[in-house]
Every structure is written in structure tokens, then in C-alpha cells.
Design a protein around this ligand. Structure first.
Ligand SMILES: CC(C)(COP(=O)(O)OP(=O)(O)OC[C@H]1O[C@@H](n2cnc3c(N)ncnc32)[C@H](O)[C@@H]1OP(=O)(O)O)[C@@H](O)C(=O)NCCC(=O)NCCS
Length: 214
């Protein structure tokens, strides 16, 4: 299998959004956690495709996009763009599509509120030390073949060349990808309580903040 790793082009946008929605639930399709794939992709990937495509790396096999690493070199800018440019559009779309009337979304929001009450969002990420962050997803059927590692190496080199001192990422503690992040040099800096809907109940698990110095 010959894998090409290259920067994102506008023509990749739909393929990247599809992989994002197909992998959103720890590598499984989004539908178990959120009912609207387009809105979910807007939340999770539109910053990277539309505002920082120069840090979005694509893995391609025989002309097909099979994975991506969406990087960001300036997480303060990311937060500003998310709050002022992306979130208002998502909220508007959510309202006109009646998203808040769906039981699954109401439970998702209740879980977020419970996480907030437990201090799950009191994250003090030291942006001076770790200004960059990333997300990574490989399509099912192409995992475990070195593609994730290849994407990571491209982004690490890009960030290092840009003089970035460190990178962070967050994931769920029960995600098997934790092993991958440890293999690629990340270590755990903090854990935060995270409440998730589970059947008719809620379950408290943890999210993990991983960091890596360059
Ligand atoms: C996690 C993921 C990005 C890893 O990419 P990949 O191409 O499958 O990983 P690689 O083949 O490059 O593996 C690199 C190393 O990590 C290890 N590894 C990768 N995925 C692993 C997993 N799920 N569990 C345990 N180890 C894993 C590999 O064994 C390999 O170790 P080795 O060098 O000792 O052989 C990919 O499997 C994926 O997209 N998973 C689903 C989505 C996801 O969970 N994304 C992260 C969300 S935060």
C-alpha cells in the first residue's frame, strides 16, 4: 500500500468531513452520540478546513483520502475563531433544524452541564508552553498500518519549524487511541471528570489532557 501524506486541498473538504463524522465516537460513527452529522462536522472540523488549512495534513491511498491530522499552531486564535466566527453559525443552524428538540441532544447537553458542575471544563492548558493542538482520524480499514504515525511526524516537523515549543490534545481516557498517543511521545498532564449519557443513565468517566514538548 503506498500512502501519500500531503497538505489539505479544498477538494478534500467533503472527504475529511465524512471521516470526521464516521470516527467521532472514538473511531465509530457519530450517530450514537449526536444525531446530525453535518452540524457535528461543523463543530469538530470546520475551523481546520476553513480557517487553518495550512496545518491540516491528509493521508491518501490510490487517490482516496483515508485519514487526516487537523492541527492548529495557535490555540488562542482557535478559541477566538470558534467563539466569534463558528459557534454563532452552528447555533443558528441548530435552531432552524430543531436540534434542541431531539432527546439525544437534550441528554448530551445535560451530560455537559453535569461535567461542568464536576469541574470538567476547568481546564488550565498552559498555551505559552503548548500553543499547538491536534486531532487525528484514520478511516476504518486503514488503521494500524503506520498512517497515523506518518501524519504525526509531518505535523511535529511543521510545528517545530514554526518555533512551537509544545503540542496538546485531549481525548477520553477509555479511548484505545491513548496507547497511540503515548507511542508518539505524548504524556498525561491532567485528567478531568466527563459525564456521558449511558442508556437511560449518566456515567462519570475522565477525559485526558496529553502534552508533548518539541
Ligand atoms: C488512533 C489512530 C489515529 C492511530 O492511527 P493508526 O494509523 O491506526 O496508528 P499507527 O499504525 O501509525 O500506529 C502507531 C503505533 O501506535 C500503536 N497504536 C495505534 N493505534 C492503537 C490503538 N488503537 N491501540 C493500541 N495501540 C495503537 C500501534 O500499535 C503502533 O505502535 P508500534 O509502533 O509499537 O507498532 C487511528 O487508529 C484512528 O483513527 N482511530 C480511531 C479514531 C480515534 O480514536 N482518533 C483519536 C481521537 S482523539
Amino acid at each position: 500500500m503506498s500512502v501519500v501524506i500531503r497538505l489539505f486541498q479544498v477538494a478534500d473538504r467533503q472527504a475529511v468531513r465524512k471521516i470526521c463524522a464516521d470516527s467521532a465516537d472514538m473511531g465509530k460513527p457519530a450517530e450514537r452520540i449526536f444525531p446530525d452529522r453535518e452540524l457535528l462536522a461543523d463543530m469538530m472540523i470546520s475551523y481546520y478546513t476553513d480557517f487553518e488549512p495550512q496545518s491540516l495534513w491528509i493521508a491518501e491511498v490510490e487517490g482516496e483520502v483515508v485519514g487526516y491530522l487537523s492541527g492548529c499552531l495557535n490555540s488562542r486564535r482557535f478559541l477566538r475563531v470558534m467563539i466569534w466566527r463558528i459557534a454563532p453559525g452552528i447555533l443558528f443552524q441548530a435552531l432552524i433544524r430543531g436540534i434542541f428538540l431531539k432527546k439525544q441532544v437534550q441528554r448530551f447537553l445535560i451530560a455537559m452541564l453535569k461535567s461542568f458542575k464536576l469541574g470538567g471544563f476547568k481546564r488550565s492548558i498552559p498555551f505559552d508552553k503548548y500553543p499547538a493542538h491536534l486531532h487525528i482520524d484514520i478511516r476504518e480499514g486503514f488503521r494500524g498500518q503506520g498512517i497515523g504515525q506518518g501524519l504525526m511526524e509531518k505535523f511535529f516537523a511543521q510545528a517545530k519549524n514554526a518555533g512551537i515549543p509544545g503540542i496538546y490534545l485531549t481525548t477520553r481516557q477509555d479511548n484505545t487511541a491513548c496507547r497511540f498517543f503515548e507511542r508518539t511521545g505524548f504524556s498525561i498532564a491532567a485528567r478531568y471528570p466527563l459525564v456521558i449519557p449511558e442508556g437511560d443513565n449518566f456515567q462519570v468517566i475522565h477525559s485526558v489532557l496529553y502534552v508533548k514538548e518539541l
